[in-house]
Design a protein around this ligand. Sequence first.
Ligand SMILES: [Zn+2]
Length: 103
Amino acid sequence: MSVEESFLRCTACEQEAEHVVVYAGRFVTQIQCAGCGAVTRLDVSEAYLPDLRQRISSKPRRLMRRLRRDPGELATTLPSRTLSKPGRMADEFRAVWRSRRER
Ligand SMILES: [Zn+2]
């Protein structure tokens, strides 16, 4: 999950204002107007879950390829990546789940 700010026209207050845009993977799941606070949630679960499955299933092959090429390099980079990934995934899941529930 990542958060970006961008200048958009708000659909609620009709003002050009800063908006906080929340991404789950490569999908926009929430947009909040900094002017009036209006939140637009997009249900991305339909698009996100197949995308996530694809991202996960493509991973082992990529890792194996790197392992064969340079085991030493992988050993030094893998632990930190493996540890940071679940947290990021959990954040994404929460964002997607919110977009689904509060409709
Ligand atoms: Zn607004």
